[in-house]
Design a protein around this ligand. Structure first.
Ligand SMILES: [Zn+2]
Length: 368
């Protein structure tokens, strides 16, 4: 294979590795951009799912479950006077929701997994390793099964049986690790460093956010190539946040939109490295319990370049918003609720005016 990956820190190039010898994450040397004007949205051939936008993607399609083209819907389904929750309050989000919760494996992680497992196949991988107890583990294990590859998923020892069910049912080997979330990652890294397995890490592989960047292409196309003024999304490692940034940046570079939207992050309180002074732990938003994001520098850059921000959401606000979402017809998991809760908070703080045009991805569906 040609040297397709490069380290931003030291410049070393590789055919394939999961991180640089210097310890930093890698990126693709080339991220392609189309030439010419954007296609008329209604003429796009959506049968290829995520690869509708293959002119922007550095990876060929080798495995698919048809992911992509999730609905973009108004947050209020009825006129404001009729849109009421049981408590009598209008939810009053005044935004559009991108329903990633209807993806084949139940979250936006489908996007990253489809491209990462396609990349693994291109590299000749036979057995994939990932560390996650949640949506990323489910997505990698499911796409590996779809591609006829084996997988080994490292999970925290205290992960509930319900969370692991979807992973185990794919035939993946599940390895339980005692200790913190960081200990689980270390165990997975030990395994790939001493063996021949391919590390399909959603945090480290640049293929993952190449995949999540497709959400930006879809949002723009679904709005006739008008980017929203702001996007509010959950932030853990930043796989979705960076996908949004890269996708909208590429659209602007290609001349298909004017400017990327302001990117506003919602972190879980107590797990919020991009927010100063966040203490009490939000144990409800367990999908973003990340204290050491791999691509922290890139996330900071995306926040700075888009005049963005990050705030921490506590468990009470998460629960309240989660309930409102279910009552309004959006059966999502608790982690998804931090973004609409943050939207409310950004408006209260005056970061967002009431009439700013906002899109909020609802990232994952409710688990049984
Ligand atoms: Zn390096």
């Amino acid at each position: 294979m040609p040297p397709e990956l490069q380290c931003a820190a030291c410049g070393t190039r590789y055919a394939d590795r999961w991180r640089c010898a210097c310890g930093q994450p890698l990126d693709f040397v080339d991220r392609p951009l189309p030439e010419g004007s954007p296609p008329i949205p209604t003429t796009l051939d959506t049968r290829e799912g995520l690869w509708t936008f293959d002119e922007f993607l550095p990876i060929e399609r080798r495995v698919t479950l048809g992911a992509g083209w999730t609905p973009l819907v108004d947050s209020e389904g009825l006129s404001p006077s009729k849109s009421r929750t049981e408590s009598g309050d209008a939810p009053d989000w005044n935004c559009a929701f991108k329903l990633e919760s209807v993806s084949p494996t139940g979250s936006f992680k489908d996007r990253g997994a489809a491209l990462t497992v396609s990349r693994a196949l291109a590299c000749g991988a036979e057995r994939l390793v990932e560390d996650s107890s949640g949506n990323a583990g489910t997505a990698i294990a499911t796409y590996a099964a779809r591609a006829g590859l084996e997988s080994e998923i490292y999970v925290p020892a205290d992960a509930t049986a319900a969370k692991l069910h979807a992973i185990e049912r794919t035939g993946a080997d599940v390895v339980r690790v005692q200790g913190s979330r960081e200990d689980v990652t270390e165990a997975a890294i030990d395994a790939v460093e001493t063996g021949a397995d391919w590390y399909a890490s959603h945090a480290w592989r640049p293929s993952f956010d190449a995949g999540t960047s497709t959400i930006a292409f879809e949002i723009a196309a679904q709005r006739d190539w008008h980017a929203p003024e702001a996007v509010v999304c959950p932030l853990g490692h930043g796989t979705l946040f960076l996908g949004l940034y890269r996708g909208f940046r590429a659209l602007a570079d290609a001349g298909w939109i004017d400017d990327p939207p302001q990117l506003l992050a919602a972190q879980a309180a107590g797990y919020a490295p991009f927010v100063e002074g966040s203490d009490d732990e939000n144990d409800r938003a367990d999908g973003i319990h990340i204290r050491e994001p791999v691509r922290a520098d890139e996330v900071q850059k995306a926040i700075a370049e888009t005049d963005g921000d990050a705030i921490a959401i506590d468990a009470t606000a998460t629960d309240r918003e989660h309930e409102r979402l279910h009552e309004a017809g959006f059966p999502v998991e608790p982690t998804s609720a931090v973004a609409p809760a943050a939207l409310r908070e950004y408006r209260e703080r005056g970061v967002l005016a009431d009439d700013v045009d906002v899109v909020v991805p609802l990232t994952g569906r409710a688990k049984n």
